[in-house]
Write a protein that binds this ligand. Structure first.
Ligand SMILES: [Zn+2]
Length: 211
């Protein structure tokens, strides 16, 4: 099975991807990983991607999708993939369809990890780090003291509630049309409640996939 994962930043998609891959006997494929591998191996498309990166430009979809297509053809990905972060826009969804088609495959299902914006804001904004010894905390307020050294805990600017909400708004605006596109294309869409323990969420996802 080839499965596209969706989930807001902070929904736990990166944690679930390898667990689903293991349970389904496939491999996780993320854009970042295959891009880095292609650059490192110096493939034709990898070198092309590198020329954009060296200039500080975004690598165009056509190059990324070519790299994803080459990766999909490798034995490692022959038994099915969990595609993480590959599709964020409609042109990317179309490009992935074309790459899979060349291999006689298609996106069999879309798994969407569902979680309230409010819950994500709460999760992200309770992440702090000690300004002195850099110990990270996942459930502490800023300006409280570090258990280890008594230093003051601070929050990354990115984890401030307004910054998190902005990222969520961008995500929602970008991905809503992609959902519609997949719905029209006839792919199975599995919405999975992403609140709860990591194990519970994995079980729900597998159940939603009929496994
Ligand atoms: Zn500390």
């Amino acid at each position: 099975m080839d499965i596209v994962l969706f989930g807001k930043p902070g929904a736990g998609k990166g944690t679930q991807a390898p667990r689903l891959a293991e349970a389904l006997g496939g491999a996780t494929l993320s854009t970042g990983d295959v891009l880095r591998a292609a650059v490192k191996d110096g493939t034709k498309l990898g070198l092309e991607a590198k020329s954009y990166m060296d200039r500080g430009d975004l690598v165009p979809d056509s190059v990324i999708l070519g790299i994803v297509g080459e990766a999909l053809a490798q034995p490692k990905y022959a038994r099915g993939t969990i595609l993480d972060g590959v599709v964020r826009t409609v042109p990317q969804a179309e490009g992935l369809r074309d790459q899979l088609k060349k291999l006689g495959r298609k996106v069999d299902a879309v798994v969407a990890f569902d979680i309230d914006d409010g819950e994500i804001v709460k999760r992200m904004s309770s992440r702090t780090v000690c300004g002195n010894c850099q110990t990270p905390y996942s459930d502490r307020k800023p300006d409280t003291k570090c258990d280890k050294c008594g230093g003051t805990l601070t929050r990354r600017k990115d984890d401030e509630p307004t910054a998190v909400q902005n990222r969520l708004d961008v995500y929602t605006a970008q991905t809503a049309p992609v959902f519609d596109w997949y719905q029209k294309s006839g792919a199975r869409i599995a919405k999975v409640d992403a609140i709860g323990s990591v194990d519970d969420v994995t079980k729900r996802a597998l159940k939603a996939l009929g496994k």
